[in-house]
Design a protein around this ligand. Structure first.
Ligand SMILES: Nc1ncnc2c1ncn2[C@@H]1O[C@H](COP(=O)(O)OP(=O)(O)OP(=O)(O)O)[C@@H](O)[C@H]1O
Length: 234
């Protein structure tokens, strides 16, 4: 199992005014599964992703991610657990502005101890169609190009889990489609588990499974036809 959560809760805000954001999430995601996370604004999608990806500590319940008990780890422990194993792609790209495309992609690999990080970063950028932009800074790149860099950065260390929070939210429709295709291709090459937050119902149907959140819980959990099609084709 890639992810296993039981009774997972997240409460933020102050002690006087706590806000219950995740209200008991039970969820199993298998290794290699491609899962869409839908739901209205404020239902807790980003919060759930932050907890599952180790960016935020849960308040209660149990959570095992890639074989590690996340509830027993402090922030440093979670950071170490993420390194090399979990790739995260966000709506707003979050590239480091003072670093070139190559440096942005190389940095997580360097932190994970890779010796040939720069060479690998250049190869990864070539693989996402940016071999001619490796020395550019984020401000010199279009939104679609920046998201390609972010995808290369997230997938270069060959994580077993990829989390994407509305990765096309800041892009026009056709660029968004290219980015989704790229993300799905990169996932297929590595066999990683993918959890993707989207408001796009068509994109959700390209995933194997669709989770829908409402008010801090998973309100529905269904398989799409994607798996059945893949099995029929075998
Ligand atoms: N630090 C915080 N303190 C208090 N409440 C918070 C905090 N962070 C988020 N929230 C609240 O938690 C709820 C869930 O937020 P979250 O961003 O997870 O929703 P979402 O489903 O991803 O929404 P969107 O689709 O708009 O991104 C919201 O009501 C939000 O206002």
């Amino acid at each position: 199992m890639a992810i296993s959560a039981r009774g997972l809760t997240l409460t933020l805000g102050s002690a006087e005014a706590p806000v219950e954001i995740l209200k008991g999430i039970d969820l199993d995601i298998e290794k290699g599964e491609v899962v869409a996370l839908l739901g209205p604004s404020g239902s807790g999608k980003s919060s759930l992703m932050a907890v599952l990806s180790g960016l935020e500590r849960s308040s209660g319940g149990s959570l095992t991610v890639a074989g590690q008990d996340f509830t027993s780890l402090n922030e440093d422990g979670l950071a170490a657990a993420r390194r090399g194993r979990i790739g995260i792609v966000l709506q707003a790209f979050h590239l480091l502005p003072t670093m070139t495309a190559t440096e942005n992609v190389a940095t997580p690999m360097e932190l994970a101890g890779a010796k040939d990080a720069s060479l690998r970063a250049e190869a990864e950028l070539t693989a996402v169609g940016l071999g001619h932009r490796t020395g550019h800074y984020p401000t010199q790149l279009s939104g679609g190009e920046q998201q390609r860099v972010a995808i290369a950065r997230a997938t270069a260390p060959r994580p077993t889990l990829i989390f994407a929070d509305e990765p096309t939210g800041n892009l026009d429709a056709s660029t968004g489609e290219e980015i989704v295709e790229l993300l799905f291709n990169r996932r297929a090459e590595t066999g990683a588990t993918l959890l993707i937050i989207t408001h796009d119902a068509l994109l959700a149907e390209k995933c194997e499974r669709v989770l829908t959140m409402a008010d801090g819980v998973i309100a529905s959990d269904r398989k799409t036809g994607v798996n059945a099609q893949a099995e029929a084709a075998e």
